[in-house]
Design a protein around this ligand. Sequence first.
Ligand SMILES: Cc1ncc(CO)c(N)n1
Length: 226
Amino acid sequence: MESRRSSGDMGRIASWVKSHRPMYDRATQHPFVVGISDGSVDLSAFKRWLAQDYIFVKEFVPFLASVLLKAWKHSDDESDMEILLGGMASLSDELAWFRKEASKWDVKLVGIVPQKANLEYCRFLQSLMLPEVDYAVAITAFWAIETVYQESFSLCLDSSSKTPEELMETCQRWGSANFGHYCRSLQKIADRCLEKASSDIIRKAEEAFVCVLEHEFNFWNMSCGE
Ligand SMILES: Cc1ncc(CO)c(N)n1
């Protein structure tokens, strides 16, 4: 097992970030996000992202519920449940935030049609909700989804960034140190599960990680109007 790792004490997740670096960077340093951080973002793109992401986050709730259920059934560490339940509580807050933010930007959220990249991403989430998907695979995907937003939006909070004031709340939601801490807790859970997983599960988890990066990249492209 140890020989499959790319380097010494590095966890499985960190080794995958390293071995998929180009795709990871494409997902976390997308022109849409760079545009927020340098102030050049097209506000119509931001509004499109806002409405589409609301649809995505609504789908994210049942996905997280499925991860919670798997933790309850298969986890040997009680703190997993606490961390995931905290995540669920923030999702409730997040949905309320989307509604408030949408009204601030005069974006309507009812009757919005999910675009292709969003539909495909939601379909991927649904495939991960199936009971036969292992906890290690689901928690790896969950970590990746949260982490792409954390890395992306923390870029917009850098001291050198020129993020417009009216977008700061969005960036703080996912870019904050608090959210970063949450992502690292998820990474620890995923690493612990992967340490005990079979090579087949490990392969599936890595695949899910790469799929998340691709879906995230497509989601940003869609927001840009491509
Ligand atoms: C597309 C997408 N990825 C990740 C997150 C993080 O929750 C989100 N809100 N939307």
